[in-house]
Design a protein around this ligand. Sequence first.
Ligand SMILES: *Cc1c(COP(=O)(O)O)cnc(C)c1O
Length: 497
Amino acid sequence: MNYISTRNKSLGISSAEAIKKGLSDDGGLFVPSSFPSLSSSEIESLVNLEYIERAKYVLKKFLTDYTDEEIEKCVNSAYGNSKFGEGDVVSLHKLSDNVSILELWHGPTCAFKDVALQILPHFLTEAMRKTGESKEIVILVATSGDTGKAALEGFKDVDGTRIAVFYPNDGVSDIQKLQMVTQSGKNVFVSSINGNFDDAQTGVKTIFTDDNAKKTLFENGFTLSSANSINWGRLVPQIVYYVSAYCDLLKNREISMGDKINVCVPTGNFGNILAAYYAKKMGVPIAKLICASNRNDVLTDFIKTGEYNKNREFYTTISPSMDILISSNLERLLFDISGCDDELVKSLMNKLSESGKYVLNDDMKAKISELFYGGCCDDTETKAQIADTFKKYGYTIDTHTAVAVNVYEKYVSETGDKTKTVIASTASPFKFSDSVLTAIGENIDGKDDFELLEELCGKSNMPIPKSLKELKNKEQRFDGVCEKSDMLGEIKTFLNI
Ligand SMILES: *Cc1c(COP(=O)(O)O)cnc(C)c1O
């Protein structure tokens, strides 16, 4: 199977090449030239397997230039050594008759991004070997909080790689910041920038398309790659857990083979929900994809009207990993539903970068509203949802998951649709203890982050994740702040060039 670019479908490169490059030279994103399918009997054959085995099966369908042994090695290294705690890599928590919560945050940084970022470095080092790469790979990351830490954990001390992470000064939680600035590893660099997440992401994208910068790096023995969710190696492991969730529902006899389910995802860069769409495209019986946003509701409007317009106020919310106005992975969806029309995608993306907006044609608009439901909620509703879910079900959710649960409930009251639904839970509540505790009515005045962890542990009856508890004794290694125009300079300093 070849990989093509959303802005040039005549390209044909291997998945190893696509993972190594991250972003195509034409500015487009890599996608498979054709989609593998998953039949009912294949899904049934996965039901009694563990996550690790399900992952191997699905990944082999996409990374066809990797040998079976290579994929097995990558999967075993990423998921096999209890990096995801005692249980399975992900787990389903039954909330009510119709709703199961897909807990994706059992990994080392307590967010769903671990599922992809623990395995990406292994895909990448295999890719380097397979393509005869002699340069050292520099991973550049713009983060709204969780990606940065998850990428740092995944790449720290991986031979042949360096990693530089930029996060917005004023848009990540205290714990998220602490997780990043205390990062260990000899190949890591962390800096905050004066700006928001979109500034950081635009800065990274600019460097990726700057020929001069790339040439300088190249001459000094480096080549750039991305661990943002624009990298195919980030996206493909996420498809697995939607397949796996369907298998678990079958296993628990919540559904019978072929029954459709809905999937609801708290969305920022559109990566996680796109993976659910891809699972549906492969053949997992998924009906509606419910796209949940916080007050930054650009996607809600887009799904309702067919117009994407990022010219609106940017809000900093209590679900910071979703504070995004440019959802990069949407480009892959546009490519798919336009029937792989690379020229059309290119023109829409040009409009987006020139005027901050574009409008879909009627055909694409109709497809989007058939596939997706879009909804949003503000911080007040998010907190009310945390309280409500806690009271009703005795189950504690983080702010991002709460956005999804809230939008799911809006969807149900609008449509009356009682289809069994899987809601993606993207972060541990302990990552956002202050917001969660306030939401359930606790007074947090004067308490530090670690006292809050203890308090939440008492309230929720959930254990404090080890990696968060340990932050207390870690030394701060990075305190730099840079202007968004100076990100390249920072990288050069880090690389000693
Ligand atoms: C990254 C993130 C999201 C958004 O996921 P996308 O793939 O960017 O849509 C949601 N919740 C949490 C906790 C995250 O870290």
